[in-house]
Design a protein around this ligand. Structure first.
Ligand SMILES: *Cc1c(COP(=O)(O)O)cnc(C)c1O
Length: 556
């Protein structure tokens, strides 16, 4: 493994999804962190990842007949995947000393390079009962709990790195604001107490395009919990409108700041005037997200593609039938899973739409069912339609839970004409099956709330075209009828009733453009599949993204 002293970059993230058996992620942010760290390892860029252990995982989802979601703890065994380290550091929260230990995961790339990921743990003897729970749950809802988690991650994480002998860290990369308290620790350790010296070491990636989404805490609570960590001369730098706003902290103390797609960079510049904000568009880890059937094909025609994601462009010259055969293998595998777990018998000949992501209202997961009569009609007029859903709502997102209910209810209404199923417990392994096994990947966020979105990139890698509202990465990846299709107006075109426009456009294109192409012009359809891989797989990957971080953010 890379020696700690040879590592120059520390990558902090509230969640890291590195393996589907390590349930320490809830959605896109964590999966992105995992993909990013995998690419760093493959490219032999020495980076250490830091996150929290979450002994109780995210949650196991069950959806009952009525469409109600219930949650259970996930039992997982850290010893199976991680190794405990003997080192211990402390942070002060209110007036309590909280002890922190770390577990290490060795992330091996395609070559011999192995990078460490540290999972911080406060469930140790000597800590109070409350403090033991700090690293139990991902995204606890109470301010006090969350701030305690962020103190452990940002301040505790930085201390742990020092304690473990990471003496040569040049950059601290904050993947979203949750870890931004690390800036206070860096500042407090300086002799010259100069903010510029902290800024030189910090890189901040923001992921949130709406003001309400930014993590913040009341000033009084922050002062109480952080105590002496907040130096009097910094109060104006730390607090904004009587709040500790983690995004503001990241912005204020970082030299390099970026959004996660070009559009998101623009939106962030409007939201935070006065800061220099760049954009580095997200990606996904190509080899991790390609199904085994596609991998076999790539291995045959594009040797070396795993280290050189750009070479996926050569997919344009491979035989169409072979790509189709590989896709059908993926589809059959998904349909077998659906039969086994949902007891729904789907047909591999029938056009199948996939929709899966964290259930949040802005993603409009129930949009396909806006006009059930029209949808049934579209299915009847063609050779048929099948739809597969998956996604968890946050345990306290009541509106998100309503969306799941609506989907389940609509499912019963269309049952005779259209087979629909909702796969429970969406996670990395289910995502892998879905993005490769459906024929079309649907995405319907409200503009401009999708900072980037990544599941469509996973689908593109598997030759599954995307049908999406023009937001996030799709503004960059979309070429109409070549890599997929858009839904609704361009975001610069500020129409009223945008939702109704989107719905109409979605149905129209399905009925008149997309499904006819699938059923009546299979050769042209497979060409769209090839272009999804060649144009989008070759670019929207974390190998390209990691290189941009290295060149633009870490070593400018
Ligand atoms: C990729 C992924 C996501 C993120 O999907 P988006 O399209 O960005 O919303 C969420 N959850 C899981 C399990 C994923 O694999």
């Amino acid at each position: 493994m890379t020696e700690f002293k040879d590592i120059h970059i520390a990558y902090f993230s509230m969640e890291i999804g590195v393996d589907s058996s390590i349930p320490t992620y809830s959605g896109g942010l964590g999966v992105l962190a995992g993909d990013t760290l995998r690419s760093f390892a493959d490219l032999e860029i020495p980076v250490v990842g830091i996150t929290l252990l979450y002994k109780k995982g995210y949650f196991k989802q069950t959806i009952n007949e009525k469409g109600e979601q219930t949650e259970e703890e996930v039992k997982w065994n850290p010893e199976k995947f991680l190794k405990p380290l003997p080192n211990e550091v402390t942070v002060t929260i209110e007036d309590r000393k909280v002890k922190i230990k770390a577990w290490i995961y060795k992330l091996k790339g395609v070559t011999e390079q192995t990078n460490p990921i540290l999972f911080l743990d406060t469930d140790i003897i000597g800590n109070s009962e409350f403090d033991k729970t700090i690293t139990h749950q991902l995204y606890g809802h109470e301010d006090q709990y969350r701030l305690a988690q962020e103190i452990v991650l940002g301040i505790g994480g930085t201390r742990m790195l020092e304690n473990l002998g990471f003496q040569n860290l040049k950059k601290y990369h904050m993947n979203e604001g949750h870890s931004a308290l690390l800036t206070l620790e860096l500042y407090n350790k300086l002799k010259d107490k100069n903010i510029e010296s902290v800024r030189k070491k910090c890189v901040f990636t923001t992921h949130t395009p709406v003001p309400a989404g930014h993590d913040q805490f009341p000033k009084a609570l922050a002062e109480k919990m952080l105590g002496e960590m907040i130096k009097p001369e910094l109060k104006n730098d730390i607090f904004l409108d009587e709040k500790l706003n983690m995004t503001y902290l990241g912005l204020r103390f970082s030299e390099f700041i970026n959004g996660v797609a070009k559009k998101h960079g623009e939106v962030s510049r409007d939201m935070f005037p006065g800061y220099h904000i760049e954009s580095i568009t997200n990606g996904v880890h190509s080899a991790f997200w390609c199904s085994k059937h596609l991998k076999k094909l790539f291995d045959k025609y594009i040797p070396g593609w795993e280290v050189d994601s750009f070479s996926l462009r050569y997919i344009l010259s491979i035989p169409k039938e072979e790509l189709w055969d590989a896709h059908i293998e993926c589809k059959k595998e998904l349909l077998r899973f659906v039969k086994e777990h949902n007891n729904v018998e789907m047909n591999p000949e029938i056009f199948t739409i996939g929709f899966a992501r964290r259930v949040a209202t802005y993603k409009r997961g129930d949009m396909l069912f806006s006009d059930i009569k029209r949808l049934k009609n579209i299915a009847e007029k063609s050779k048929g339609l099948q739809i597969i859903y998956a996604g968890k709502a946050h345990p306290r997102d009541w509106e998100g839970k309503q969306v799941i209910k609506k989907i389940i209810n609509a499912m019963k209404e269309v049952n005779e004409n259209i087979k629909v199923c909702y796969i429970q417990n969406y996670d990395i392994s289910i995502a892998k099956m879905l993005v490769s096994g459906v024929d079309l990947w649907l995405n319907t966020p409200l503009r401009p709330q999708e900072a980037s979105g990544t599941s469509g990139m996973k689908a593109a890698h598997n030759g599954v075209p995307q049908f999406s509202v023009l937001d996030g990465w799709w503004l960059e990846g979309h070429i109409e009828n070549v890599t997929g299709w858009s839904i609704g107006a361009h975001p610069d075109n500020t129409k009223e009733n945008i939702h109704l426009e989107d719905v109409k456009d979605m149905y129209d294109k399905l009925e008149y453009v997309i499904m006819p192409k699938f059923y009546n012009d299979r050769t042209a359809w497979i060409d769209t599949m090839r272009h999804s891989i060649a144009i989008n797989g070759s670019f929207f990957n974390t190998h390209r993204m990691a290189q941009q971080y290295v060149l633009n953010a870490y070593f400018q």
